[in-house]
Design a protein around this ligand. Structure first.
Ligand code: NAD
Length: 366
């Protein structure tokens, strides 16, 4: 079976889906690899490293023409689909619940598509979970970005010239990104507080040294480990519980998402106007509409002396580590789906069933 690694075309993307190291491991298992020229360059992987691993380097058209399986990180787009052939197997993140046109276009091509972001949140699938591996890095990077943008340091510092009090960091959403953000901010010496609609996150936040801000979540549901959309009443209770900390915070990191929906607005313009001069908000949910009402994707908005930085959750700025982890997830996924280099098509398996969105031109999940 020939696997093609495509160069990412999305603006500002620096990652690649499979590293030379994982290419070598899959070639040792009997797969063949064709890598688009310069696919790994922005993750510091040279064409020559893929060649040394046993892969062939080719132009984009050739990769589409020759391969049985095509792998990307970001969703296949209309330009890619022009080159896709009947019977090809596509693997990438597809965000199928909010991308119905793309799913229909893939089906119309008679292709098959797996979506990596649809991986079920079960123990068995943890090592294939690209959302976790990538969001973990995003949580780390959000704190580093915040530290860079702040005009204060994180730790308590007692010097002959006086004492510097530690910075206060507030984190909304204690999922994978939020937990890593707590751990990173604590390591840098900040006083950290965090909140989440799911009360089971209290213990996790506290185990990393953060103070959990409890909000009465009576009547709010979660499903499969994910939050569901919060009610207006919850949003009001959350503001009451969190505002004192928000107005004292030096850095706020927001990571709250609801699968398949727009991100919830947790910080309004009115709240930003009551925050400390010089505070920074890093909004990791900006691509999904933002947790702060003022967030603009890939822009910094300054309001009342507060910097609101809308960033994507994609950890492209640490592309070498992010690509390494994404590749390891792909390795585990491909090994899970195949036997003797052939797909097993175990449609009753929870992992196959959850991720297989289009099968031979038929849409399985909307
Ligand atoms: P996510 O990116 O979907 O959301 C981030 C956090 O925002 C979540 O904790 C969510 O509860 C929270 N949130 C949503 N709406 C909110 C609101 N209105 N106010 C406050 N917080 C809000 O979540 P994630 O990082 O993907 O993790 C979801 C869960 O899945 C976690 O419990 C995680 O540990 C678990 N998980 C399990 C596996 C596995 O078993 N394979 C893998 C990864 C994650």
């Amino acid at each position: 079976m020939k696997i093609g690694i495509l160069k990412e075309t999305q603006k500002s993307e620096k990652r690649v889906s499979i590293s030379p190291n994982i290419t070598k491991q899959l070639i040792e298992k009997g797969f063949e690899f064709i890598v688009e020229e310069d696919a790994g360059v922005l993750s510091s992987f040279k064409n020559s490293e893929y060649e040394a691993a046993g892969a062939t380097i080719a132009k984009r058209d050739e990769v589409f023409k020759e391969c049985d399986v095509l792998i990307k990180i970001n969703p296949f787009d209309t330009e890619d689909l022009k080159l896709v052939n009947k019977g090809q197997i596509l693997m990438s993140q597809l965000y199928h619940k909010s991308n119905s046109e793309l799913i229909e276009a893939i089906a119309a091509k008679g292709a098959t598509a797996f979506s990596m972001d649809a991986m079920p949140r079960i123990t068995r699938a943890q090592d294939m979970d690209v959302l976790s591996s990538q969001n973990n890095l995003a949580g780390y990077k959000a704190v580093i970005k915040g530290a860079y943008e702040m005009t204060k340091i994180f730790p308590l510092m007692m010097t002959a010239a006086g004492t510097i009090t530690p910075s206060r960091v507030l984190i909304y959403g204690i999922g994978v990104a939020g937990l890593q953000a707590i751990a990173t901010a604590k390591r840098l010496g900040a006083v950290v507080e965090a909140t989440d609609i799911r009360t089971e996150t209290k213990e996790q936040a506290e185990s990393l040294g953060a103070k959990f801000i409890s909000v009465d979540n009576e009547g709010e549901e979660s499903e499969g480990g994910y939050a569901k959309e919060a009610s207006e009443d919850y949003a009001r209770r959350q503001k009451e519980a969190v505002n004192t900390s928000l107005f004292k915070a030096d850095l706020v990191i927001t990571t709250a998402m609801v699968p398949g929906r727009k991100a919830p607005v947790l910080i309004t313009e009115d709240q930003v106007n009551q925050m400390k001069n010089g505070a920074v908000i890093i909004d990791l949910a900006a691509a999904q509409g933002g947790n702060c009402e003022l967030s603009k994707i890939n822009e910094t908005v300054v309001q009342n002396g507060v910097k609101v930085i809308g960033t994507t959750i994609s950890p492209e700025s640490v592309s070498t580590n992010a690509s390494d982890l994404f590749a390891k997830n792909m390795y585990n996924f491909i090994v899970h789906l195949t036997e003797n280099n052939t797909f097993k098509w175990e449609l009753e398996d929870e992992i196959t069933d959850g991720t297989l969105i289009v099968h031979e031109g038929k849409i399985r999940k909307n």
